[in-house]
Write a protein that binds this ligand. Structure first.
Ligand SMILES: C[S@@+](CC[C@H](N)C(=O)[O-])C[C@H]1O[C@@H](n2cnc3c(N)ncnc32)[C@H](O)[C@@H]1O
Length: 287
């Protein structure tokens, strides 16, 4: 018996944009789903619906166990997580796997930590899917910068302190002189700006050195948020001049988000003043 590869109707664009993002999950389609940073309650309703409709889930290292527990047992689950340089599958193989699963007529959910389009290689995966003629779409997720800082009591922007916020990657890139971290330091070293660094633990000595060299005061506050929004959520505070030593002394490992700027301590004083138990009606406290 010849198996017919399901295809979206011809008038449908391969990349579902705008209102097309509301359509049902098509057999043969790949949906990149943002899983958020860990807390399962931060999954969007759309991601939840599509996850329930999927019959194959291809997932990353940063997708929490709580979210994977929502996937029914009968659904095929394929782990393709990467840990620093230990790759389970190369990106090229992951892309091919997605194409193959889609061509076999599955509804493929490609579950990624945070938001697929923020340092998640979602753009590359979509490009390869489209080149292969596979219908796809992307469902945004709550990115680490937003959720981890909020759970740590750090407002990314605050009118009294900053006028903007920038997300950068601390991941080393191949350059003419080998691996390097080439960021626009003179633009980033600003006191009236919040800088969020993804994947910056290994390169923190370069971060501190370059930001200070380009004019950021050494006492600028830095927040480090490890395993944000999960049961193991941890928040640390230091300064840019002490950053790399602090990371070493406290053995801080990935996944950790680095937040640099005066917003890091913006709510500290008020938070310390409050007594949370007095704000909660006694009847609601369970001990
Ligand atoms: C490959 S990037 C993926 C980012 C993801 N697409 C997002 O939007 O959050 C991985 C980096 O994101 C940050 N990250 C992601 N989830 C995190 C979490 N729960 N806690 C702290 N940092 C996190 C860390 O810097 C980690 O090294």
């Amino acid at each position: 018996m010849k198996f017919e590869v399901p295809r979206p109707p011809t008038h449908t664009p391969l990349l579902a944009i705008g209102v097309q993002n509301k359509r049902d999950f098509l057999p043969g389609e790949v949906v990149l789903l943002g899983a958020g940073p860990g807390d399962p309650e931060l999954l969007t309703l759309k991601a939840y619906r599509l996850l329930k409709e999927a019959d194959c889930v291809v997932y990353d290292r940063l997708v929490s166990d709580d979210i994977m527990a929502m996937v029914s047992e009968s659904v095929e689950k394929i782990y393709v997580g990467k840990k620093q340089s230990e790759h389970t599958l190369d990106q090229i193989d992951i892309n091919q796997l997605l194409v193959d699963k889609a061509r076999s007529g599955k509804k493929v959910a490609r579950l990624k930590g945070g938001d697929p389009f923020i340092f998640g290689r979602g753009g590359e995966e979509v490009q390869d899917l489209l080149k292969a003629g596979v219908a796809c779409r992307v469902v945004p997720g709550i990115t680490a910068a937003s959720a981890c800082t909020t759970y740590s009591g750090i407002p990314l922007t605050h009118r009294d302190f900053v006028h903007g916020c920038t997300f950068v990657t601390g991941h080393l890139q191949d350059g003419p002189d080998g691996q390097q971290l080439s960021l626009p330091w003179d633009v980033l070293a600003r006191e009236d700006h919040t800088l969020v660094v993804y994947m910056g633990i290994k390169t923190s000595p370069i971060l501190s050195r370059e930001l200070i060299k380009h004019g950021l005061p050494g006492k600028t506050p830095v927040g480090l948020i490890r395993q944000g929004t999960t049961e193991n959520h941890q928040t640390y505070r230091t300064t840019i001049e002490n950053l790399s030593e602090f990371i070493k002394d406290n053995e801080i490992k990935s996944p950790t988000l680095i937040v640099i700027g005066n917003v890091v301590n913006a709510l500290q004083e008020e938070a310390m003043l409050g007594d949370i138990t007095s704000a909660i009606p006694v009847g609601n406290i369970s001990i």
